[in-house]
Design a protein around this ligand. Structure first.
Ligand code: R7I
Ligand code: MG
Ligand code: MG
Length: 312
């Protein structure tokens, strides 16, 4: 179990760092950069991992969710060079200027709130910490999303990603079984439809063309155009490496789809399954790979304590 906790967080960071140098590239351009080797280029992570670290730090410090504290972590960790989305940036600016974390995100995108994938990309700590408690998982996914993403589709994408990680932690189901559980879990029709499309992909005899995956599931910055793509990338592959390589190879929002695929795959296969060369290359420093592993270990230990307290 410990290896699944650390695997989800390191896996997310590795996927982010692998996708980062080619974010926004076409499928063809990604292939011209990575060729057949898929060597990690710089190992530097982006906003996806920086925010994921904030989620983990806050869950650890509070042994659960605390909105004000989590927003503060996001603001303290914020480094403008990590490539934040405009919506998240504005929400954090508003909160740092004194607005409540409950109100700031509602003002974005003409009062609709953001449906970007910024809440889903950072959700791994919630998926591992609440892997055995669907109701708490859903509630914490929605609340932690709300700090920057108040649109229903932004929150639902984060909850779906968290639940996919939880199922991967349990390791009970993959393919059809996993899709069935996801379809029951998800409340929004937009996501139900995407999961139906994934089911149709698996019903086909031949491997689905990547162009069709991109046009049907998406490869963009919207939560509904990237979370289902990450889930598909995980399910169709037989290893951590294949899953993340496939996710990044599609082009588009590669760091984020890579991060989300890496989180689910790391939770499923465990940290040992992540290619050593990629982890070695992942950035070090104060909040680098060792710190990210430590966050996973801490979440594991706190989870154990809470389970013992509750008489498991
Ligand atoms: O979701 P967010 O934090 O962005 C995350 C992305 C990831 O790819 C990261 O790697 C980083 O590069 O940024 O930031 P947002 O700005 O909230 O959402 C991302 C984008 O989704 C926006 O810039 C918009 O293009 C789009 N979007 C919307 N468009 C119209 N109406 C999000 N919400 C809306 C909306 O309500
Ligand atoms: Mg990013
Ligand atoms: Mg991205």
């Amino acid at each position: 179990m410990k290896s699944k906790f650390t695997g989800a967080l390191i896996g997310s960071a590795v996927g982010d760092a692998l996708g980062a140098p080619v974010e926004g590239y076409s499928m063809k351009k990604v292939s011209s950069v990575y060729g057949k080797d898929w060597k990690m280029i710089s190992g530097r992570y982006t906003d996806d991992t920086e925010m994921m670290i904030g989620v983990a730090e806050s869950l650890i410090e509070n042994k659960g969710f605390n909105g004000e504290d989590m927003a503060t972590r996001f603001i303290e960790n914020y480094n403008p060079k990590r490539g934040y989305g405009p919506g998240s940036k504005e929400a954090l600016r508003r909160i740092s200027e004194g607005e409540s974390w409950k109100e700031a995100s509602k003002k974005l995108f003409g009062g609709m709130g953001s449906y970007g994938n910024g809440a889903a990309m950072r959700i791994a700590p919630v998926g591992i910490f609440y892997y055995d408690d669907i109701d708490r998982l859903r509630e914490t996914a929605y609340k932690s999303s709300h700090i920057t993403h108040s649109h229903e589709l932004g929150k639902e994408g984060a909850a779906l990603q968290a639940f996919s990680i939880a199922l991967a932690m349990q390791g009970r189901v993959k393919k059809e079984g996993m899709l069935l559980e996801l379809k029951e879990f998800v409340e929004n029709e937009v996501y139900k439809e995407k999961i139906r499309k994934i089911e149709m992909f698996f019903e086909k005899v031949a491997e689905v063309d990547k162009k069709e995956v991109i046009s049907e599931l998406g490869s963009g910055e919207e939560a509904f155009n990237s979370v289902p793509t990450a889930i598909y990338s995980f399910i169709r592959a037989d290893s951590f490496k294949d899953a993340v390589v496939y996710a990044v190879s599609l082009g588009g929002d590669t760091d984020t789809i890579g991060a989300m695929t890496g989180a689910i795959s790391g939770a499923y296969y465990g940290e040992e399954a992540i290619p050593k060369e990629w982890v070695e290359r992942l950035e070090g420093g104060k909040k680098g790979k060792r710190y990210i592993r430590w966050l996973g270990e801490e979440l594991y230990h706190i989870k154990l304590q809470l389970m013992q307290r509750d008489g498991w």
